[in-house]
Design a protein around this ligand. Structure first.
Ligand SMILES: *Cc1c(COP(=O)(O)O)cnc(C)c1O
Length: 369
């Protein structure tokens, strides 16, 4: 294959469109601190995501940390090891103890049948992840949270624009974090947001992202700095104009992948979930070595040597990171272990040509032993 194909490629508006959007900043000289662009994007995202409340942040990770802080969580939090470093780091950096629950093999989100046995008197929250844009069992999680008086904060970094039964996915739980990182379905270069049900969290989040400053004379929270700046917001305003088209293109590409790969023994992928409007964020496949004859790492290497950069996403599991050496029991989540050893995320972005998808698939097919 001639050109390299990376796992993703950031969506960008035309340079003319972006310049038009940022031009007023040269008149106002107002570059950050909740300016005009910030306010406009916040309003537009609230509509698009169909959420009751939203607070923009400098990135998804800080959004998650500040959501945790706004709820003043303590003790233990039930979460998944099958996620990006950010989720687990946010929990630990805030002095909480992560308790790792296994995932289900269908959509790779928390196995709701295994949550209850992990709840102790110290548990204060559940932090599940909507993996690859597959949504968690939100209704079952809500029942458990109510029964045991737990908070729920979703990591929806993969689930921008996903709807469940006609409701925005960010409207479930006490809070939901979105990431608008360059590699995500929707980006503000770097960026993120917290959506939340109780509007009192709004005041708290606003202070936490701006040093705890209430007004010129009063600083009444030990806040961080997590403000989204005007250039980020302007990028978001532009990208949001094209999001429907981007998702439609992704849908076609995912369809093409599935068409090609469904004929391949030893390769599987998750079905579309019922009542879910997907965002087609990722194209993960599972490679079963016993049937396919070649293991995931080998497929990854062969693709790479051919200029196709897939990702072992998520591998390794977060609870096995070397920064946590000997800190956690790592054998309690057998499904997460198995999936992380078999999963490979194939290239996917709106402008990926269908012919390239065919090439990638036939190349994988040829590897079969
Ligand atoms: C990208 C990502 C994050 C972190 O978001 P940033 O905007 O990069 O800080 C958190 N969790 C998951 C699952 C992610 O994929």
């Amino acid at each position: 294959m001639s050109d390299k194909i990376l796992v993703t490629k950031s969506s960008m508006p035309s340079i003319e469109e972006y310049i038009e959007e940022i031009k007023p900043l040269w008149d106002s000289h107002w570059l950050t601190n909740m300016g005009v662009k910030h306010k406009k994007l916040e309003k537009e995202l609230k509509n698009y995501l169909m959420v009751r409340n939203i607070s923009l942040m400098v990135n998804g990770h800080m959004a998650l940390e500040l959501a945790i802080q706004a709820m003043k969580l303590r003790g233990e939090v039930i979460t998944t090891p099958f996620t990006f470093a950010s989720t687990t780091h946010a929990i630990i950096r805030n002095g909480l103890k992560p308790v790792f629950c296994d995932i289900n093999p269908k959509d790779f989100t928390l196995d709701v049948n295994k949550i209850e046995s992990l709840i102790t008197k110290d548990t204060t929250a559940i932090i599940p992840v909507h993996v690859y844009g597959n949504i968690c069992k939100v209704e079952e999680i809500e029942c458990l949270a109510e029964k045991y008086g737990l908070k729920v904060i979703y990591d929806a970094a993969h689930a921008f624009g996903v709807k469940y039964k006609g409701r925005g996915i960010g409207d479930f739980g006490d809070a939901t974090m979105f990431s608008f990182h360059a590699t995500k379905v929707f980006n503000t270069i770097e960026g993120g947001a917290v959506c939340f049900s109780d509007k009192n969290y709004g005041t708290q989040l606003y202070r936490l992202k701006n040093f705890g400053i209430r007004n010129e004379d009063v600083v009444d929270a030990i806040g961080a700095n997590a403000k989204m700046n005007e250039f980020q917001a302007a990028m978001g305003i532009c990208n949001l104009r094209h999001i429907e088209n981007e998702i439609a293109k992704r849908k076609k590409i995912v369809g093409r992948y599935k068409e090609n790969l469904s004929r391949m023994e030893g390769i599987s992928f998750s079905k579309e979930q019922e009542h879910v409007t997907s965002n087609y964020a990722y194209m993960p496949i599972l490679i079963n070595e016993d049937i396919f004859g070649v293991n995931r790492n080998n497929v990854y290497e062969q693709l790479k040597n051919h200029g196709i950069y897939a990702r072992k996403y998520f591998y390794p599991l977060t609870n096995t990171f070397s920064c946590f050496k000997n800190k956690f029991e790592t054998r309690q989540t057998p499904t997460a272990i198995a999936v992380s050893e078999q999963v490979l995320t194939l290239p996917l972005y709106a402008d990926l040509k269908l012919e390239k998808v065919d090439e990638i698939c036939s190349f994988i097919l040829k590897m079969k032993k």
